[in-house]
Design a protein around this ligand. Sequence first.
Ligand code: UD1
Ligand code: CA
Length: 498
Amino acid sequence: MNDTPTRAPVAAVIVLAAGGGTRMKSRLSKLLHTIAGRPMLSYALDAARALQPERLVVVVGHLREQVEAHLAESAPQAIIAEQPVRNGTGGAVACGLAALGDLDGVVAVTYGDVPLLSGETLSLLVDQHVADGNACTVLTAVVPDPTGYGRIVREGGEVARIVEHRDATEAERAIAEINSGIYVFDARVLREGLSSLQPDNAQSELYLTDVLGYARAHGGRVGAVRTDDAWQTEGVNDRVQLAAVSAEVNRRLLEHWMREGVTIADPSTTWIEAEADLSADVTILPNTQLLGATSVATGAVIGPDTTLRDCEVGENAHVIRTHGELSIIGEDAEVGPFARLRPGTVLGARGKIGTFVEAKNAHIGDGSKVPHLTYCGDAWIGEGVNVGAGTIFANYDGKHKSPTHLGDNVFIGSNSVLVAPVDVADGAFVAAGSAVVDDVPPGALAVARGRQHISDGWVAKRRPGSKAAQSAAESSGQVHQAVEQAREKLAREQEDHQ
Ligand code: UD1
Ligand code: CA
């Protein structure tokens, strides 16, 4: 979301992404699990690119084929460095540095699994680093529970070193200021510091954090930038953290859209993914998910209980209790409640897809209505058409899918079956209950059903003594009586006239 470029030139950003991710218990690389519809790694890449570095390196290891395939698509300019053995963060950065060859100037190190770090914060870190002439600058945060993190040990206010939780004394564990793992280094100090690392610690790993002690010992300045937004340092190691970070990303996206003029009736049940695009004066009702590249134009009302993925909703449209995918809804159109829009549904302006209607690859013209209980697949429908309740577009003969064409101002009577391929031309009518298998010419009426036949007195003959027979007898008795009364009245009147 933030792409403020820093003024200081950045020679390289090294993104660490080789870790095992074992706590995810997943066949999918942790870095490809999505947050607000985007792979976790893409957040780190965005933040890195905000620095406009000369070079961007991603250090891969665990499930590297998956990560590399993603990078080939999303960041083809990135240099991929393999860390063959997971020997710690120091080892990982050394691999990244080796892939860069000769290097001078500012190098930033970030993690692929810290999605909320913003480009803005990284830029601040670089600016501070350059302004203070530091050898190393680390991003820190004060957190309520620092368990597991490296602690920032300060002496006289200055950062002296970082001690890992497992190597820390009781007194050091009481420190609430943690190492985010995000740093800016002077390339020369980093290279020298890395080559001095020894795995003499609780985890027998090469700790990148020991480079800070090295820098100090060799006369370099070590600075720190403390962020007030601890979410920016929050890593994702398991699915509990994935859910927590996802909820926070969603909360921030909702806040962004509300500030842009979108009404969100119930933020606690609304999910809007990162790629969605909303206009001012859109209203989102409870239990709504706007996923993928969904866009919603001004005045539209979405929800309640609606999921749209990769849909385009026009101005002032209403979409209620609907599940939609890869569909376009025109301006002033109405959809739902209880509608399913499958890929390729295009509803024109002022059109309607109503209750219990499923549409797929259906082009429904301006002002045309499919209001109730219909399957509408592979359909090309003109303007001003009315499709009666219960109509089925029978597009599949068991082997092939075929299209149905309805011209402008066509009227389809209720409970009809349109057996594709079939054309109903402009202005034609289809009688209710028809099974239409032949094309209907313009302006014609097609009646494709059995004619109604009446067998008088059938119930009295075939169901004698039944309730139906009794009702029928009473009914005809009443009619008989009424006719008699009318006759008598007429006779009296005629007598009076004589
Ligand atoms: C590290 C820091 C710790 C800090 C914490 C913040 C060290 C020694 N410790 O902890 O001070 O508070 O991050 O989250 O640096 N990685 C590799 N290769 C490896 C090991 C790790 O690429 O061999 C990557 C991981 O994918 C991850 C990052 O480095 O993105 C951090 O690894 P992780 O094991 O989570 O951090 P810690 O070492 O526990
Ligand atoms: Ca971690």
